[in-house]
Ligand binder design. Structure first.
Ligand SMILES: [Zn+2]
Length: 355
């Protein structure tokens, strides 16, 4: 079979090539790969910023935004051939820590977890892949062309779960949400915000009239073009979901929520940049408003199921528009070129019998 592989830690090693078919172990599903979403993490992996190969090899199959169709399933499993599925990315650490022991491996405490396509395990960027039945999630058949959005949505579903849990410490009935960053994570966070009936604002640098603004508009949200937070006057957002990792926006967000507000940080700021901030002002704002600033990353099985349910009830045409480019596996390297895309997807089924 063909797979998209790279050598972690070495730039310029990404290639499409023949690799041995995966070996299906007891309890595994054998899956025909349909598509693979590409995100910033994949670009960072191929730029050798991080990434760890499976033990005993140096090359690894890349890809964690999976979508496939079950070819073989274990007897008595909840899956059948033909089911549309995605695979969970992370696996618990082997110790395991208390969180991993309870299925909360997205909250791993010792960092020894592994991740498909990122850390110690082959990813999902191949024509065939296997996944333990316990780490697969079945999708509604209506998600056949957009199901690779489940993984990024799972990250957002976890963020919303955390917001709910933190909100439950007191009476909390949010009405206004601000999302900073109109990439896939930001737009999916906005989608889930709308599904919860919130007034949704999205800030992004792209101009009004281009795709991101119309996507926000068609969601029933309000788009703000710019690189600083909109002025909400006295009616500040109850929740800010920060998806840019831009230091200035991160700092500005911390003093820009309503009382008992929440800032959920999902973006990653590059290190080495300094910003002059008044720590006293930030401290006073957080204390006097009972604010919470928290970070979130990754997702467990529960969040994948929440994500699959959220996408199944979303407007299919809107989801389709998030995918701005589809490239066949043959030309997979083009998917890693940075452009004005929202989401680039590799079609694992195209040209399947050409080589
Ligand atoms: Zn752990």
């Amino acid at each position: 079979m063909r797979a998209l592989t790279f050598v972690p830690g070495k730039q310029g090693t990404l290639q499409v090539g023949e690799v041995p078919d995966p070996v299906r172990r007891q309890g595994d599903l054998l899956v025909h790969g349909l598509a693979l979403g590409i995100c910033g993490t994949d670009r960072e992996l191929t730029a050798a910023e991080y990434g760890w190969p499976p033990p005993g090899g140096e090359r690894m199959v890349i890809g964690h935004e999976s979508l496939g169709r079950v070819l073989q399933s274990p007897d008595g499993s909840a899956f059948s051939p033909g089911d549309l599925v995605v695979g969970v990315v992370r696996r618990p650490d082997p110790v395991p820590c208390g969180a991993c022991a309870r299925g909360e491996f997205d909250m791993c405490r010792n960092g020894q977890y592994t991740e498909r396509g990122i850390k110690g395990l082959n990813g999902y960027g191949s024509e065939l892949w296997t996944v333990e039945a316990g780490y697969a999630v079945r999708l509604d058949p209506s998600l056949e062309s957009v199901g690779m959005l489940v993984e990024p949505t799972s990250v957002v579903a976890k963020a919303w779960e955390q917001i709910d849990r933190i909100g439950s410490r007191s009476w909390f009935k949010p009405h206004r949400l601000l999302v900073t960053g109109g990439g896939p994570i930001g737009l999916l966070a906005a989608l889930l915000g709308r599904q919860r009936g919130l007034e949704v604002h999205v800030l992004d640098r792209s101009p009004v009239g281009e795709l991101k603004s119309t996507l926000v508009h068609d969601l029933g949200g309000i788009f703000h073009s710019g690189s600083t937070l909109p002025d909400f006057g006295d009616d500040k957002p109850d929740i800010i979901i920060e998806c840019t990792g831009v230091g200035e926006l991160v700092m500005e967000s911390m003093t820009s929520t309503s009382a008992v507000g929440m800032v959920c940080l999902t973006g990653l700021a590059p290190g080495g940049r300094t910003h002059r901030v008044d720590a006293g002002v930030i401290n006073r704002d957080i204390v006097l408003e009972n604010d919470v600033i928290f970070g979130t990353v990754n997702a467990n099985l529960r969040h994948y199921r929440d994500a699959a349910a959220a996408l199944a009830k979303a407007d299919a045409e809107w989801l389709e528009r998030l995918i701005t480019r589809r490239v066949p596996l043959e030309r997979a390297l083009e998917a890693f070129e940075r452009g004005k895309d929202v989401k680039v997807v590799i079609d694992l089924t195209a040209d399947q019998f050409s080589s």
